[in-house]
Structure formats: C-alpha cells, structure tokens
Write a protein that binds this ligand. Structure first.
Ligand SMILES: NC(=O)c1ccc[n+]([C@@H]2O[C@H](COP(=O)([O-])OP(=O)(O)OC[C@H]3O[C@@H](n4cnc5c(N)ncnc54)[C@H](O)[C@@H]3O)[C@@H](O)[C@H]2O)c1
Length: 342
C-alpha cells in the first residue's frame, strides 16, 4: 500500500493506494458509519462493504443534484444520525462529490472518508477535498471544500470498469502528467499497452504518481485561489464539448487538451514537438484528438459557461510538459481561437 498525506490548513487527509476495499472497516473508527454508494458499485462490491447502513444513489451524473443531497439529508435524519456520525462514500466521482457535500453540510459538518472505485476518482475526484453539485444545467455550481479523513483506492476494483469509464480515467491521468510531471508523462509513453490492459502493478504506480501530483498542488492552494487552477487544463473546451455533443467527459477532456496544447503552440509558448507528444499519447490511449467542426456552437457554449466570470477567462496554457501557466485572456480571443481551430 502506498500512503500519501495531504496536509492542509483545514485538516490532514490520508491517501492509501493499493489498499483492499474489504479492509475499509479498519479505517472507520469506533463510532457509527453510514455509507453512501450507487447501485452499480453496491451490486458489484456490496459484499466487501463494512457492516453499516447504506444510502444508495442512482448511478451517473444526473444524481449529482440538490435533490439527491436532500434525499441523503432525509435518510440521515430518519436514521437519527447525530454529529458523531462518519459518512463514507464508496464509488466514483459522483458518489464522492455528493458524499463530500452532504458530509460537509449535514449538522454543519461531520467526518467523511472515501473508497474511490473509478480510475477518475482515484486519480482526481476523491483527492483534494473539493466537492460539487450541479445546478440549473451548470456543473459543480454549488459545493464546498472539505478534506476526507482518508481516501482508499483499491486497484483491483478497476477491473470491472466499463471501457468508457476507463477512458475517462486515462484522460485525467494524461492531464495530471501534462500539468504536473514530465517524468510521469514519459513513463506513460513507455507503458501504453500495459495501461490499456489495466495492468494492476502499473496502475498502482500511476495512481500513486497522480495522487502525488494532486497532493502537491492542493497543499499549495487548497481553495483554488491560484496554483490549483492548473488542474483545469483542457477543461475549458471540454465542458463546452460535453454540452454540445454526446461525447463522454473523458473524450471531451482529451479534445480539450489537444486544443490547449495547439493554442499554446500558436502563442509561441509550447514547442511543436511537445504538443505532438501529447497528441500522440492521447491517440495511443485510444482517446479522440480530432476536433468536431462546430466552432460556432462551441463558442456559444463556452460563452454561456463563462458568463458568470465576466469577459475574461482563465486559460491553462503550457510552456512545456509539466509546466502549466494560467493566464487571463479576453473571452473574444478564446472564441477566435476556437472558431479558427474547430
Ligand atoms: N471534486 C473534484 O475534485 C472532482 C474532480 C474530477 C471530477 N469530479 C467529478 O467526478 C464525476 C465523474 O466521476 P466518475 O467518472 O468516477 O463517474 P461516476 O461516479 O458516475 O462513475 C462512473 C460509472 O462507473 C460506475 N462504477 C463505479 N465504480 C465502478 C467499478 N469499480 N466497476 C464498475 N463500475 C463502476 C458507476 O456506477 C457509474 O455508472 C463528475 O461529476 C465530475 O465533475 C470531481
């Protein structure tokens, strides 16, 4: 088991990569625990859950709503949960986001931990103490910061992920390497076949390396006032793509990263050869790299998404692999680049 710690002002969060889900009870303490999970995860792994009451969500992004949060509060009240309760989320990013939000608001905050069961949650969503709930068609519009006491990442459970979810996770793995660690990036380049085959030994190393990148960023900037924004690399266009087409989050992030790399080349920040390495790696991971030809629709989606933050956008450029730079640019400049490239 590889153990990392995030030490923030608010709390310490322990990340255990390679620990078994069946040993989760060892980390729960003596008080009462209530589990939040979704029906897929419960069906597949319910037998390994510690004995505790379970709140079960419908799987998928549609559950990341205030209605679900309200349902959880109602169940917690019915179960007569008090401030000593510990809430444990077992699932992917949706379960972790809902669990984090519920735990940080119920009775003004109770203890929370996660067993992350998707690659995306293990490398990203479960780590770092940020949660979000969608509202009125906007993603993550409402949320809080609250560090989980622990994040348990059992690599073995990734074996049952549908290929679409594997792709989502791999695309966040590439993102993490691109913004955080050129050595990790080179390792990914060298190990594509084993990664695609979900080789557990390699995955454990990769999940650990990604968690380490995120840990370092979060320790510098827990509340996303500065440095943490680099983790949004590729996500500006990705969110717009997700709204205007039927592609998955992972595919959208892949295209968003290609766009951000190409845009960085145009701005004479990133060498062409580095952008080509990023694109080639995504391609080899079977992620899409060719933009759809709908520049105008994309611009509208970006504009709608960014309306809240005024006429400027914080865009994550690259000066090199492992060297992200966040810059405020006028929305009009971003739109021109999108129309040009898409
Ligand atoms: N808070 C953060 O910092 C942060 C960061 C990145 C992403 N997110 C959020 O994470 C969410 C996406 O997370 P996700 O991709 O894990 O999606 P998800 O939680 O919807 O899980 C994807 C699907 O996989 C199923 N599943 C989970 N574990 C499984 C397993 N081991 N085997 C088989 N099936 C399994 C789920 O039931 C679901 O159907 C988004 O809402 C995103 O906004 C949050």
């Amino acid at each position: 088991v590889n153990v990392l710690e995030i030490t923030c002002q608010s709390a310490v969060s322990k990340i255990m990569v390679g620990e078994k889900l069946s040993l989760l009870s060892n980390y729960l303490g003596k008080g009462r625990t209530i589990i939040i999970t979704d029906s897929n995860v419960r069906r597949l792994y319910g037998k390994e859950f510690p004995s505790a009451e379970v709140i079960e969500l419908e799987p998928g992004e549609r559950s990341k709503s205030l209605e679900t949060v309200r349902m959880c509060y109602r169940r917690l009240v019915d179960l007569e949960a008090d401030r000593s309760v510990f809430i444990c989320g077992i699932g992917g990013g949706v379960v972790c986001d809902i669990t984090g939000f519920v735990a940080s608001t119920f009775l003004r905050g109770v203890g929370v931990g996660f067993a992350a069961t998707t690659l995306l949650a293990q490398v990203d969503a479960a780590v770092g103490g940020k949660n979000g709930v969608d509202f009125n068609g906007y993603k993550n519009m409402v949320g809080t910061f609250r560090q989980p006491v622990f994040v348990l990442s059992d690599i073995r459970v990734l074996g049952t992920l549908p290929s679409r979810e594997v792709a989502c996770g791999l695309s966040e793995v590439v993102k993490t390497a691109v913004v955080g660690n050129d050595v990790l990036f080179a390792q990914l380049e060298a190990e594509v076949p084993a990664l695609l085959a979900l080789d557990p030994v390699l995955l454990e190393k990769v999940v650990t390396a990604c968690a380490r990148v995120k840990t370092a960023v979060v320790e510098q900037d827990e509340r996303e006032q500065g440095r943490r924004r680099v983790l949004n690399f590729g996500h500006t266009l990705a969110h717009a793509l997700e709204k205007t087409s039927s592609i998955s989050h992972g595919q959208a992030v892949s295209l968003g990263m290609v766009f951000a790399a190409e845009y960085s080349v145009r701005k004479r920040r990133l060498p062409r050869t580095a952008a080509d390495r990023i694109i080639r790696l995504l391609e080899r991971m079977k992620l899409p790299v060719d933009f759809p030809e709908n520049g105008r629709t994309l611009c509208e989606a970006v504009r709608k998404d960014k309306k809240r933050s005024g006429d400027a956008v914080r865009f994550v450029f690259l000066d090199g692999i492992g060297i992200p730079v966040v810059e405020r640019i006028p929305l009009s400049e971003l739109e021109a680049a999108i129309e040009d490239m898409c």
